[in-house]
Design a protein around this ligand. Sequence first.
Ligand SMILES: C[S@@+](CC[C@H](N)C(=O)[O-])C[C@H]1O[C@@H](n2cnc3c(N)ncnc32)[C@H](O)[C@@H]1O
Length: 259
Amino acid sequence: MPESTPSPSVMLAHGQQAHLPLGVPPQTPGDTPKRTVKNGAPSNDLVLSAALGTNEDIFPSVLSLYAAPGSTVADITYGRGVFWRNVPPDRYRLLATDLIGGVDSRALPYRDGEIDCVVFDPPYMHSPGGTAHRGHKPFERYYRNNGTGNRTGAKYHEAVLELYVETGKEARRVLRDRGVLIVKCRDEVCSNRQRFTHVEIMQAYEDMGFVAEDLFVLVRRNRPGASRVVKQVHARKNHSYFLVFWKPGEVGGLWTPPE
Ligand SMILES: C[S@@+](CC[C@H](N)C(=O)[O-])C[C@H]1O[C@@H](n2cnc3c(N)ncnc32)[C@H](O)[C@@H]1O
């Protein structure tokens, strides 16, 4: 009969030996025992970080992961409410405002800390200079970065970024501790220079005390073109982002999903 391999053992405080299953290395004093997750079940019914589709397809999943049903959500660039088309109307307490209705995202009509979640989807591309936007009426109608006047002192990409930064500060004021800020953005090439808007926003928001917790990539279904191509310099963008931040408050710690 082959000799069986003795299992490793550890000495207990009262002198007895405890045998460990084979393959488990004995622990030395001070080692933290490995945590084994025993509950839960395998699933592939998960919210994914990248998706093909439109804002209204992806926004409900982003929201469901980060805002508890019944929570107060302030959409501060509500526009035509496209984001909300697939969100059941009674799931959240929605407070919808927009510059069109006279509420600037940099001066919100809420008290400090009274909001659970802020949603911000401003014009995320700079307007073509001069009169060029006249030929982009649908673009301008949707984003309104000329029509409503963003009233920033900056120009082009800097103006886009300044609105994100100023609104981030205001969102931080109205959010409760552990409240969530969901931001839509897209990178852009401005004056032939690549601007990774999503990185710039993350840096600015972390500097003001937010924690960047998640990033969703939305890829459009149709294939974008370009007028007047001489030689392509950068990749033509066909994706945008939902970024998720939260306000750590005094306690900080790690993000825990809403109950
Ligand atoms: C991309 S659209 C938002 C679309 C919206 N998420 C939807 O689902 O229909 C940008 C919106 O930002 C608004 N806006 C631009 N500057 C603003 C500001 N400073 N404060 C509040 N809203 C602003 C525009 O009026 C426009 O409705």
